[in-house]
Structure formats: C-alpha cells, structure tokens
Design a binder for this molecule. Structure first.
Ligand code: HAM
Length: 422
C-alpha cells in the first residue's frame, strides 16, 4: 500500500481550503472589532504544563496526549488544546504587568489521540479566545456573544447555547462528595468508564452517554444546588446580560466539560445535525489556572471552536464570489511566451490574479484549460499579437472579445474599462 496520511489526520486540499480562508477572514474581522489581539504559542510544550493545567485525572491527559522525549531527553507534548500554552506565555512574558485586561485569540492545530470519526480527528484545528484579568460577568457575556457572532456570520444559525455554572472550588468539593455518596450504592450498575471515574473524576460521570448510567445520574444531586451565594450571583448576572443581549440559552446542569480548570461559567454551543460531535464551541471561566501555573491570581475566561466541525457545517453553503478578476494567460510561440511572462508579472503588480498556461500546447487546448480554471477573463497572445504588442481579451462567461495594445491594458483607464475596477 502507498503512503497515506496518519490515521485521524487529513489533508486540506485547495478546494476546501477556500472555506478555511473565508472562515479565518470572518473570525479575524469580528475579533478585531472587539479589540482582541492574536497570539501564537508553540505547537509543543513541556508535558508538565498540560498535566498541571488540564488535570491529571482528565481523559485528555490520561489517554489522549501525544507525548514524546526529544533528543535532549525532555518530555514534550503536542498541545491538546490552546489555553494552557496561552496562560504559560501570559505569565512568562509578564503580560499581566501591562495592566488591564488582555483579550487574546489564536488559531492553530491541536492534537488528541481520540478514536477518529466524522468531526473528530487526532490533528484538528481550534480558533480560541482567552480574556485574562477580569472576573466581571460582562467578560463572560462578551466572549459568549463573540462566539455567537462568529457562528452566525458563518451562516450557522441553528446552534444552541448550553450554559451551566460549575461553581468555585469549595462549591465543587462539597458537591463532589454528595455525588460520590449518591453514586456509590449504584457503583456496580455504572458503565465501566464511569466506575473508573467514581473516585478519580466523578463529575465527568454526569455526561456519560451510557443509558443505564444516565438513568442513575438523572436523580443525582445537582451542582447548581451547591453553589455559594457569590457563585450564584455571578451566574445570575451572566444570565441577565445574555437576556439583555437577546442571546437565548438553555441551562444544562450536567454540562461539566472535560478539562479540570473550569470555575463558575461553563458553556457549549451545540449543533444538532452533527450528532455526538455536535459541540462546535466549548469554553468557560478558569479563575485559578494562572495562579496554579505560577502566575499572580488572575481571573480569566475563554472558549475554543473546532474548525473542522464548522467547515463540515459550512460545506454546502455557497462561497462568497471572487472580487478580484482572475486572468488566464494563453500564449504560443517564443516571442509571445516571453511577452506573456512580462505582462503577467505587470498585471500581478497591479493587483490582479494571473495564471500563465505553461503547457506550450495548441491554443484550443490552452483555451479549454482557461474555461476550466475558474478565470473571469482569458488573455491571448499569439504570433500576430506579439508582433503588434497587442493582446486579445476574452470574457469567458459571455465569449465576447476585444483586441487592444498591451500598454493600454496596463493603463488605468484600460483596466477599469475591461475588468470593472481600478
Ligand atoms: P474543548 O471542549 O476540549 O475545550 O475543545 C473545544 C472544541 O474543540 C470542541 O468543542 C470541538 O469543537 C473541538 N474539538 C475538540 N476535540 C476535537 C477533535 N478531536 N476533533 C475535532 N474537533 C475537536 C478546549 O479545548 C478549551 N481549551 C476551550 C477553552 C478555552 N476554555 C477556556 N478557554
């Protein structure tokens, strides 16, 4: 068998890549308007960053990390998510000393050793935001509203916002005990994964997909009933802001998220048609992570979107039409070919997309390729045109054509008459 991309990875070929470009451009514009600034962190980090940041009892750290030793015998891990790296960079570069709130965004590949299926990969891409330095409920509302703006701008209208509060550490440790007390008598009836989690990470049992476990969990005590007054007030404040922004949400007391760093607000945007992989965006508050990784106490909140999932959903929507004319240059004969090379370069410098046919084949074959290329216009230089320094311009949609001098084509007036823009 020939060489193939590793299981769980995929090539993004040019026809799909245009959707990615549209997605990135849309997100960039929306984030820019909200004063978020881009940050890039390495694709691999010290393994201990993720162990400490995401939590040793999580599936990500326990089962899904790509960890390896480099030639200097350091334990490194391909990042399974973006938050830990951003927080490490925030501390390492003293971004907290710049005062105020840091609003950051990132986009890049993440790696998790999961069982691949549609919408779930071992190398996937996330767009994420992190707001560091504010405990204000307005920050929670801001990031949620931004996520929704991006999803809507991509044409994904039918997403549901699921919201929960996982409280603060003290709320959670009380709840954890109540949950273990409730579940222990049913231990033998739980699915094997949940049995394993009963003492290691019992909150994760709440989102088990197993029907029998779900039936048991339905009657379990609810985390929302264990929130302190402060936690409850924060949660209510977030909800009232969402109502004022006209953002509908559903409270889901079983939404616990798969990473240990969350406090207070936890949320996900879900899209029904993707089935079990329907979570297109997940996030929440993580008020202790900066401190746990060695920085000053800094409340924070963020989210990340799975871009492959968004692309799957965008797949059957039409792309935005091309705004820049695309010229396909056909030439034959040595003098014509030379002039073609120069003309193409000059037109590119003026902002046009120009593809030069390099085949040296007959005009008929070159024109066939022009028609298939997606170009708006074809520029033809044959021997006669080369001798006269002219070019034949063909409108590929209508078949109309016109001959004009190359210098006229390169002049402002000529270009705007032919291609409809300066
Ligand atoms: P997460 O829920 O683990 O959160 O991932 C966020 C999103 O990444 C998911 O909702 C999903 O769309 C996408 N995703 C995750 N795993 C895969 C996969 N194997 N294949 C394809 N897509 C996937 C985080 O990663 C947190 N760092 C989010 C965050 C930022 N919380 C606060 N700030």
């Amino acid at each position: 068998m020939g060489l193939q991309a590793p299981r769980g990875t995929r090539d993004i070929l040019p026809a799909e890549r245009v959707y990615w470009q549209q997605l990135e451009a849309t997100a960039r514009q929306i984030l820019d308007r909200a004063a978020y600034r881009e940050i890039c962190t390495p694709i691999f980090e010290q393994t201990s960053l993720f162990e400490r940041g995401i939590g040793e009892a999580t599936d990500i750290v326990g089962k899904e990390m790509y960890t390896f030793r480099d030639r200097g015998d350091r334990s490194l891990t391909l990042r399974p998510e973006g938050t830990a790296g951003v927080v490490r960079a925030y501390i390492e570069h003293g971004l907290h000393t710049q005062g105020g709130v840091q609003r950051l965004w990132y986009l890049g590949p993440m790696f998790r050793y999961e069982r691949p299926q549609s919408g779930r990969y071992r190398q996937f891409h996330q767009l994420g935001v992190e707001v560091l330095g504010s405990a204000d409920a307005r920050a929670d509302a801001e990031v949620i509203a931004l996520a929704l703006d991006i999803l809507k701008a991509l044409g994904l209208e039918d997403v549901t916002l699921m919201l929960n509060s996982v409280g603060d550490r003290a709320d959670r440790s009380q709840y954890r005990q109540a949950l273990v007390d409730y579940l222990s008598p049913y231990a033998a009836d739980l699915d094997p994964d949940s049995q394993d989690r009963l003492h290691r990470n019992p909150l994760r049992i709440l989102d088990s997909k197993d029907a029998r476990t779900q039936a048991i969990v339905k009657e379990a005590p609810r985390l929302l009933d264990y929130l302190s007054d402060t936690s409850r007030a924060h949660f209510e404040h977030v909800q009232s802001l969402l109502r004022e922004l006209g953002i509908p949400y559903q409270i889901n007391p079983a939404l616990v998220r798969g990473l240990d760093y969350y406090t207070h607000t936890a949320f996900e945007f879900q899209q029904g048609s993707l089935g079990t992989e329907g979570t297109v965006c997940g996030g929440g508050r993580y008020d202790h992570l900066v401190e746990e990784l060695g920085g000053p106490a800094t409340p924070a909140i963020g989210w990340a979107m799975g871009l492959e999932r968004l692309i799957l959903l965008m797949g059957d929507r039409p792309l935005e039409p091309r705004t820049v004319p695309y010229l396909y240059l056909v030439s034959r004969g040595s003098s014509a070919e030379r002039q073609g090379v120069v003309l193409a370069q000059q037109l590119r410098h003026q902002g046009y997309t120009v593809e030069v046919d390099l085949s040296g084949s007959s005009f008929k074959n070159q024109l066939k390729r022009a028609n298939r290329s997606g170009a708006t216009h074809c520029l033809v230089i044959g021997e006669a045109e080369a001798a006269a320094h002219t070019v034949q311009v063909k409108w590929l949609a209508s078949g109309e054509q016109e001959v004009l001098s190359q210098s006229e084509l390169l002049s402002c007036a000529g270009r705007s008459r032919l291609f409809g823009q300066q």
